[in-house]
Design a protein around this ligand. Structure first.
Ligand SMILES: Cc1cc2nc3c(=O)[nH]c(=O)nc-3n(C[C@H](O)[C@H](O)[C@H](O)COP(=O)(O)OP(=O)(O)OC[C@H]3O[C@@H](n4cnc5c(N)ncnc54)[C@H](O)[C@@H]3O)c2cc1C
Length: 400
C-alpha cells in the first residue's frame, strides 16, 4: 500500500508510481480533470445545431460534440444535470442530445445486469467474410488519423469510434477485444459499459444488423483524410464487408434489482458511524451522495494496483483523475492510495455511493460499508434484460 503525496506534480507522480501500471509514459489528454472544469463546461454547454453537426468529424471546428464525456463518465456531472441543462434548446437538438444521454444510461443498465459477460456476443453472433488482411490497411489515412487523435488527446468523436470498431470488429474480427481494449485504454471517458456496448452494437451483436464502414463515410465526414491518403486510388475499403452468418444467442441473466443496481434507499448499520468517505472512479464529483452528506469526514480514493496492472490504461486517464483529486484535496481532507482496496479499507468504517460495476460489487461484499448510498441514475433500475435500446427506452422510467 502506498500513500500518494498530492503536492508532487503530475509528471513526478506518474514517474514515481504509475510507470509500470500504464501503457504509455506521460501524455496529457485534451480535456482537463477537476470539478471546476466540469462545472464550467456544463454551464457553457451549447447544443445549437447538435442534431445536424453531431456526426461531423473534420474540420474540428464543425463538430457538434459536447466533449462532456470524461466528466460524465467519472461522475463529475450527472446525466440528470446534463439533461436539465439543455431544457431551453430547440426541440430537434434537445431531443437528439437527450437521446444520446439515454444511450449512456442504457449502457450502464445493461452493464449492471451483464457485467463481465459484456465481452461475449450479446444477442447475435455475426460473422463477415473477413477478406481483408488488416496489415494492408496500415497506410489508410482515416485509421491512422483516428489512432493518432486517440493516443494524443484521449478523445475521439462517436463517428470515428464507430469507424474504428467496424474496421477492426468486422473486417477481421478474431481479435476485436484487443482493439476494444486499446480504445478503452486511451479514452479519457473509457468505460467498459459504453465501450463494449459501442463495439457490440457496431458488430451487430446487439441488433443483428452491422454498422459497416467504407470509404464513403470518410468522404462525407472527413474528406481531407481521403484527399491526402496514399491509398486514395487504391482504397482497400471501397465497400462494406459482407455478412456471412447471423446466429442468435440465448441469454439468461440474474435480474435481481438489488444485486444488479444496488440499494434504492440509503442503507445504514445503525450501530456504527462512518469515519471515512470512500469515493470510486465512477463517482468523483462534489455531488457524490456520500461525499456530500458526510461533508466533514475525511475522504479516501484508491488506485487499485492489481486492476491497473491488468488493464494498463494510458497516463492521460491517470492525469485526469489526479487533476480531479488534487482539486478535491483543496476542499477536503483526502488520502489517495495505490494498492489493494480490500486491504486498505479493512477495519475502516466507510460510507460510499454504490457503483454498478463488478469491481465495486466484489469489494463491497468483502468490506461492508457502514452507510451505502444509491447511485445517481437518469433512469430507474429495471428488472428485465434490455435486449435493445428501443425496447428499453419504451419502458424507461425517468428519475427526474
Ligand atoms: C465503439 C464505441 C465505443 C464507445 N466507447 C465509449 C466509452 O468508452 N465511454 C463513453 O462514455 N462513451 C463511449 N461511446 C459513446 C460515444 O461515442 C461517446 O459517449 C461520445 O462520443 C462522447 O463524446 P461527447 O461527450 O462529445 O458526446 P456528445 O455527442 O456531446 O454526447 C453527450 C453525451 O451523451 C452520451 N453519449 C453520446 N453518444 C453516445 C453513445 N453512442 N453511446 C453512449 N453514450 C453516448 C455521452 O455521455 C456523451 O458525453 C462509444 C461509442 C462507440 C461507437
Amino acid at each position: 500500500m502506498l500513500l500518494l503525496d498530492l503536492k508532487k506534480n503530475n509528471r513526478q507522480l506518474i514517474e514515481d508510481h504509475f510507470f509500470s501500471l500504464c501503457c504509455d509514459t506521460y501524455v496529457e489528454g485534451k480535456l482537463e480533470g477537476g470539478q471546476s472544469v466540469a462545472d464550467e463546461k456544463l454551464s457553457n454547454l451549447d447544443i445549437s445545431n447538435y442534431s445536424k453537426k453531431r456526426n461531423n468529424v473534420l474540420p474540428e471546428h464543425q463538430r457538434g460534440s459536447s466533449y462532456l464525456s470524461p466528466y460524465i463518465r467519472h461522475g463529475l456531472i450527472s446525466l440528470i444535470d446534463v439533461w436539465k441543462r439543455v431544457e431551453s434548446f430547440q426541440y430537434e437538438d434537445k431531443s437528439k442530445f437527450r437521446d444520446e444521454l439515454l444511450w449512456q444510461e442504457f449502457s450502464r443498465h445493461l452493464y449492471a445486469i451483464i457485467g463481465k459477460k459484456s465481452n461475449k456476443a450479446l444477442n447475435f453472433k455475426v460473422t463477415t467474410d473477413r477478406k481483408l488482411d488488416l496489415n494492408l490497411t496500415n497506410n489508410m489515412n482515416c485509421i491512422s488519423h483516428i489512432k493518432k487523435e486517440l493516443e494524443n488527446t484521449g478523445y475521439i468523436v462517436n463517428q470515428t469510434r464507430m469507424w474504428f470498431a467496424s474496421h477492426f470488429g468486422l473486417r477481421n474480427h478474431e481479435n476485436w477485444e484487443t482493439h476494444e481494449d486499446y480504445m478503452f485504454k486511451h479514452l479519457l471517458d473509457g468505460s467498459r459499459f459504453s465501450n463494449r456496448l459501442g463495439w457490440q452494437w457496431v458488430m451487430g451483436n446487439q441488433t443483428g444488423k452491422v454498422y459497416g464502414f467504407a470509404k464513403n463515410q470518410v468522404q462525407n465526414r472527413a474528406k481531407e483524410l481521403c484527399n491526402s491518403c496514399e491509398l486514395k486510388y487504391n482504397c482497400p475499403i471501397e465497400s462494406w464487408p459482407n455478412v456471412a452468418s447471423i446466429d442468435q444467442v440465448n441469454q439468461n441473466f440474474n435480474l435481481d434489482i438489488l444485486n444488479n443496481f444496488g440499494p434504492q434507499t440509503v442503507v445504514k448499520d445503525v450501530n456504527n458511524f462512518p469515519e471515512y468517505v470512500w469515493i470510486t472512479g465512477e463517482s468523483l464529483g462534489d455531488n457524490d451522495p456520500a461525499l456530500k452528506f458526510y461533508a466533514d469526514l475525511p475522504v479516501i480514493f484508491i488506485f487499485d494496483e492489481k486492476l491497473l496492472n491488468l488493464i494498463k490504461v494510458s497516463t492521460k486517464r491517470i492525469i485526469f483523475i489526479l487533476q480531479t483529486l488534487k482539486e478535491l484535496n483543496e476542499k477536503r481532507e483526502l488520502k489517495v492510495y495505490i494498492g489493494d482496496p480490500i486491504k486498505i479499507l479493512k477495519d475502516k468504517k466507510i460510507s460510499v455511493t454504490f457503483a454498478p460495476v463488478p469491481k465495486y460489487k466484489f469489494i463491497s461484499k468483502n468490506i461492508k460499508p457502514i452507510v451505502e448510498f444509491p447511485a445517481i441514475r437518469l433512469v430507474k433500475p429495471i428488472d428485465f434484460y434490455p435486449s435493445s435500446f428501443s425496447s428499453w427506452r419504451k419502458k424507461a422510467n425517468l428519475n427526474l
